[in-house]
Design a protein around this ligand. Structure first.
Ligand code: URA
Length: 425
């Protein structure tokens, strides 16, 4: 087989055979195909796409480049959630313990901040002592013992993806639906799941700016998961404003704890319950979504989800009683009266990075104490001088400008629905 012929076939929009995809990915994983040929194939895929079959084969090959978790003698169904990322999206933190106390096992693999969006691992590291680098053996034993973990993907899972993602990052080939699908799904399927739910976001704070592109991405993930034998569904959710009030790190942990205690902002609770319900129904723990939401609500409101969260934090070396300090607050006030008509959510994420709450380069150390508390939502009527947001920051000037510009006040504006669709095939 000549690698350049496979690249040429995809360059000319042909469908690759399973054998051709296997040859290329295995060769890349074994260092027989050099980075420049893998990058050229990635660009050809970016430009010409892949069929569902090709995408599933690519996913399978990336998965086969590493080890998989295995759950022999396991009673409880094993599940996870993936979110495409958004500003203020802290849902994984309450969701994993909530699912664990509804009878599911959740070996959740999470990521760090990407672009302007925060990362679950960075947020959890606000908790003193909490470890996000569990070994495969620890993922197994703690999931069995506690019911859930939240950790980074270990290097043994889908190593071909790790290397390909690094190449895509520097060759302008990240935003390709088949490549994103194979990347995300290979890591998730390496957990040997029974069911997976995806939260695919669109809007000003999301990777996919339009609902149409988000729908395409969701369909690609769902079809690939189902082809590979995992019950996969997706919710399409609006990211034209931050989720909840808090954007940052330690402040998002505090808001997650509110959710785990049955309080917290309505939108975060709604999405946490809806994602939980998808998995409770997919695994047959509940027969319909009304009953599933009811069960999940009970577990939040009776304190059992919070108790499970504390167990998870302790099991991963963290101190759940540590006081999480926030930086001093600075108010951002409305310059004029009107209605909040648009929010540049990505710019709010950038403001958090400018405060020190995210990374500009890989080596940056995150300051967990900084962030934003949003005090308005789309469609809210505001008076001149009314509080729009509070910043927790040591250096308010530049972030204040970004936050003020990001919240657009006009004569009219509309409220936005959070969950706008559900994709099952
Ligand atoms: N994150 C990943 O891990 N892979 C992608 O392709 C995109 C985001």
């Amino acid at each position: 087989v000549i690698p350049a012929k496979i690249i040429a076939a995809k360059r000319d929009s042909a469908e690759l055979s399973d054998a051709e995809i296997a040859y290329f990915v295995q060769g890349f994983a074994e260092d027989k195909i050099p980075d420049y040929q893998m990058s050229a194939l990635a660009m050809a895929i970016y430009l010409n796409g892949m069929s569902d079959r090709e995408t599933a084969t690519l996913t399978q090959q990336m998965l086969d480049s590493g080890t998989r978790l295995s759950w022999p003698d396991e009673g409880a169904p094993c599940v996870d959630k993936h979110s495409t990322g958004g500003v203020g999206d802290k849902v994984s933190i309450p969701l994993a313990p909530l699912l664990a106390c509804c009878g599911l096992h959740v070996p959740m693999l999470s990521g760090r901040g990407l672009g302007a969006t925060g990362g679950t691992l960075d947020k959890l590291e606000s908790i003193p002592g909490f470890r996000t680098n569990l070994s495969l053996a620890e993922i197994h034993s703690l999931t069995k013992q506690v019911g859930c973990v939240i950790t980074g993907a270990s290097a043994e899972l889908a190593p071909a993806d790790r290397r390909l993602y690094a190449l895509r990052d520097v060759t302008a080939t990240v935003p390709s639906i088949p490549l994103i699908t194979a990347s995300i799904m290979s890591k998730k399927l390496a957990e040997s799941l029974d069911a997976l739910v995806l939260d695919v976001k669109f809007g000003s704070g999301a990777f996919m700016k339009t609902r149409e592109r988000a729908t395409e991405l969701a369909q690609s993930h769902v079809r690939t998961g189902q082809r590979m034998g995992v019950h996969t569904t997706a919710l399409l959710t609006d990211m034209n404003q931050p989720l909840g009030h808090m954007c940052g790190n330690a402040n998002e942990i505090l808001e997650s704890i509110d959710i785990l205690k049955g309080d917290g902002p309505d939108d975060v609770r709604e999405l946490t319950l809806a994602l939980a319900a998808e998995l409770l129904v997919s695994t047959g723990i509940e027969t319909d979504s009304t009953a599933a939401v009811r069960l999940a609500q009970q577990r939040l409101d009776d304190g059992s989800a919070y108790e499970k969260y504390q167990q998870m934090i302790v099991a991963q070396g963290g101190n759940p009683d540590a006081v999480l300090k926030l930086a001093v607050t600075h108010d951002v006030l409305a310059a004029q009266a009107g209605v909040v008509s648009a929010i540049d959510t990505e710019q709010l994420g950038t403001a958090v990075i400018v405060m020190g709450g995210g990374r500009r380069s890989m080596s940056d150390v995150i300051d967990p104490s900084v962030g934003i508390r949003m005090c308005v939502r789309l469609g809210d009527r505001v008076n001149q001088g009314q509080l729009l947001a509070q910043m927790f920051t040591h250096q308010p000037d530049q972030p204040a400008l970004l936050v003020r510009q990001a919240i657009v006040i006009s004569k009219s504006g509309m409220v936005a629905n959070l969950i706008v669709g559900r994709i099952t095939s």
